[in-house]
Design a binder for this molecule. Structure first.
Ligand code: AMP
Length: 281
């Protein structure tokens, strides 16, 4: 696996692939890799001749300095995992490579970025769009793979790619879960044992929602039921339950008639977790 720290190096590796007529799938990550990330690598591996991964803990998407400082990191372990998946090249830049001195350009999906989770974390999706646009321009992939777990992020990136005419495909990959249903996340390692056990309540509330939609329900009743399940867990501090039209993320109400997305966020101790499910009636 080629490991590149500079824009010039990763560009030249990718240019070599392109000259040989090979297609390139990209997976962007913040490291602390788990099965969720590796599933994205495998999807990219199945679809493309070459897989490029990036590890970059993007400072501009963290609201709180403490959250950034506590983000887990183990490059040596991550590199071994990527080699094990047959990833061809890893781009592992320093902050000043992505954000050169004097940097002043941002990318923002003005509507999508500032609602739902974007309200709880102001500036977060602007930071995501800005870094992903830069990584796309540096790595020039044919397709990029993103988890549905970060549902609003996926929609933000789809919109950005459409609006700015980036010449690549965006592929969404279903959420990979622990055996007990907790969505895999790099943040899970920061949970205490008790909070780790409690955090399954998110997936439990989504399964309950699925059951209610199958039997016919309203958005309002669904919201009440989800909140009741999560509030029954004393270790969970509920931050948001959003029930919206899938993809557009616009609010819905009344009987559930079309495909909806339920987006949850809750804190367990100091760890903010999110989960999501798309449900069609
Ligand atoms: P992150 O390192 O958290 O920025 O995540 C990098 C990519 O992996 C993003 O596209 C995430 O949506 C995706 N991802 C993270 N967790 C999961 C999961 N449990 N299942 C599927 N994809 C995931």
């Amino acid at each position: 696996m080629e490991i590149c720290a500079s824009v010039e190096d990763i560009r030249s590796v990718v240019a070599g692939y392109k000259r040989a007529g090979e297609s390139v799938g990209l997976v962007t990550t913040m490291g602390a890799l788990h099965e969720g990330h590796l599933t994205l690598m495998r999807r990219a591996r199945a679809d493309h001749d070459r897989v490029v991964a990036t590890i970059f803990v993007n400072p501009t998407q963290f609201g709180e300095v403490a959250d950034l400082a506590h983000y887990p990191s183990d490059d040596a372990r991550d590199i071994d995992l990527l080699k094990g998946e047959g990833v061809d090249a890893l781009f592992l830049p320093e902050v000043a490579v992505i954000y050169p001195p004097g940097d002043e350009t941002i990318v923002e999906t003005t509507e999508l970025a500032n609602k739902l989770h974007g309200k709880v974390r102001p500036g977060h999706f602007r930071g995501v769009a800005t870094v992903v646009a830069r990584l796309f321009n540096i790595c020039l992939p044919d397709a990029a793979y993103f988890g549905e777990k970060d549902y609003q992020q996926l929609q933000v990136i789809r919109r950005m790619v459409r609006d700015l005419h980036f010449p690549l495909a965006i592929v969404g990959v279903p959420t990979v879960r622990e055996p007990d249903g907790l969505a895999m996340s790099s943040r899970n390692v920061r949970l205490t044992e008790a909070d780790r056990a409690a955090a399954v309540v998110l997936n439990r509330s989504l399964s309950e929602a699925e059951r209610l939609v199958a039997g016919g329900t309203t958005v309002e009743a669904l919201g009440d039921a989800i909140r009741a399940v999560i509030r029954s867990e004393p270790r969970a501090t509920l931050r948001a339950v959003d029930i919206v039209a899938a993809e557009t993320l616009t609010p819905v109400s009344g009987p559930v008639t079309g495909k909806i997305a339920i987006m949850l966020s809750a804190e367990f101790g100091s760890v903010l977790l999110i989960d999501q499910r798309e449900i069609a009636p």
